[in-house]
Each structure stands twice: as structure tokens, then as C-alpha cells.
Ligand binder design. Sequence first.
Ligand code: P6P
Length: 337
Amino acid sequence: MEKGVSLTQFIIEEQRHIQGATGEFTSLLNDILTACKKIASEVDQGPLIGIMGSAGSENVQGETQKKLDIITNDIMVDSLQWTGHLAGMASEEMEELLQIPPEYPRGKYLILFDPLDGSSNIDVNVSVGTIFSILRAPEGCDHPTLEDFLQKGTEQVCAGYTLYGPTTMLVLTTGNGVNGFTLDRRIGEFILTNPDMTIPEETTEFAINMSNQRFWEAPVQRYIDECLKGKEGPRGKDFNMRWVASMVAEVHRILTRGGIFMYPMDEKMRAKGATGKLRLMYEANPMSYIVEQAGGMSCTGRERIMDMEPTGLHQRVPVVLGSKEEVQRVMDYHNEA
Ligand code: P6P
């Protein structure tokens, strides 16, 4: 579809190609983009309205919650629970599933989200984002169980993120490619600016938190060492490095110009009994859907992330995603080890 159309028009025109579409999914997406506009407004005002800093509480992950973590979670819940399109919700910021209050009708979808990913950056004014994943609820479900949510990434009907950066962008896939929309604050609409986003198969840019290097497993050590050796090394070319510490910003850069993002398993995590850093259900799975739909790859180093059978709502997994050739190389190194 040509640049310049609004996200609302884009979604409605997309719906017309879907046999038997009822318009419920379209309406849900519109409610989600309204929530993201509200979050963009809060994030944009930040210190002007006294919402920076810690909330003085911890989330289920044991991480200090920022005031904005709680505010943005409340915005997502308050914007979506009344719509009649959802049977239930799950969030990084809520330990348990959120059932739809009895006064509201239920719908046929489940939503899982990280309302403000990268929020450790919020106090230093670095880009943060909202990540969401939409699954189908079981037929006639009005009180979803944990099992109803624990579906493989391949079951997602939609995945998206909103990046609150120099511009606010919403990137979305419903299984028919990836499209990027920029918020035009003059009219309060997301406008199609990046149609058919695709990830170049090759890259010379990697993103990893180098401070963990001494803990990495051998395949990751080998891969990064070879990148660092540059032209004189086995790769025969120089590499560049980026690390924003905000997954939404990293993934958006990779969608825009290629790259490989890695948050691998390491010995420090293993010693603590952790299974990774990033959450499967509302970070790794939605980002993997988007990356694969854009022609990239996403794995744990050993297996495709979207094929994993989830075991917990806040389960963590290692993540290696981005340009196909580099992700495949990392998988090959793991398989050879
Ligand atoms: P580190 C943000 O907290 C996050 O979940 C991702 O968005 C980001 O890629 C990663 O953690 C950053 O981790 O260890 O560099 O702070």
C-alpha cells in the first residue's frame, strides 16, 4: 500500500482481503494504537509531569519498576479491557493473568505485552518501546487459563511494537509482511512511512552487551571474536557494534538497515538458574514474528524461538535475531560445538 495512508485505513483495507473477517480484529488494533498514542504522550512529557524515576516497587521479575512502567501498564489495561475484543491480558508488569472485569463483554483474542521495554533508559532520555503479541483465545472462552496463553510463537495472529524515539513509530505484522507507521502529532494519526520493511540477509553490524563477554558460551565467544578480528580475521571484513540496551530500538535498527542482535545464554545466568534475559511470551515471540516476516531469522542459538513450547508466562529465553546469514552462522557454531 502506498505511503501516506493512515494506519486506520491500512488496517481496514487489509481486513477486506481476509475471508470472513468480522472487523473485530481491526477494531482491536485500533484500540491498541490509541493506547500507544496515550503512552507516547506520557513518555513525551516525562519530567514535565513528574513521572520519571523509580516507583519504589519491584515487578515479578524482581526488577525495580519505574513510575512509567506502571503508568503505561495501566494505560494498556484501561484502553483495552472494555473493548469486548479480548478474553484476557498478560503483561510483564503483572505477575498473574488479567481477567476481563465481569461488566465487560469478552472477545476472541488474548493480548500479551511489555508496556515499556527498555525502561532503564527512560531516565536518561534514550528510546524505549511497547511490545505486543496477539493470540486467539479458545472458542467461547470467557475466563482464560494460563495454558490458554502458553501458545507457541507460530500461533500469533499479530505482533507489533511502538518505538518512542526521535519520532514515534508503530511497526506491525499480521502475517503478511511488516509495515512501519510514523505518528503525525499534528493530526494524531500513525501514517504509513515504511511499507514492506525487509532485513538485508547480510550485515556487518552486531549488537550485544560486551560486559558479559567472560560469561558467554564458546560458540558466542567464537562468533564475536571473529567479528572483532575484522578484515585480518576469518570473516575478511570489519564489523561495527551497537548496544542501546533497548530491544525495541535494536530491532527497529535491524529492520531498517540489517544487523544481528544477541542476548545469549551465559554462565552467570546458568549459575543463577536463569534460562535467559529476555521474556519469551511478550518480547522474544512478537519480535521473532516481526523479524521472520521481514525476511530475518530468530533463534535461541540452538532452536527457532517461535517453535518453542512455552512453560511459563514470564519464561526467559536466549535471543539471537536479525540478518539471516549471521543468525544462521551463530546457529551453525552452536551445532558444531
Ligand atoms: P542489559 C531492557 O531492560 C531489556 O529487556 C531489553 O530491552 C534490552 O535489550 C536488554 O534488556 C538490555 O539488557 O543487560 O544491557 O541492561
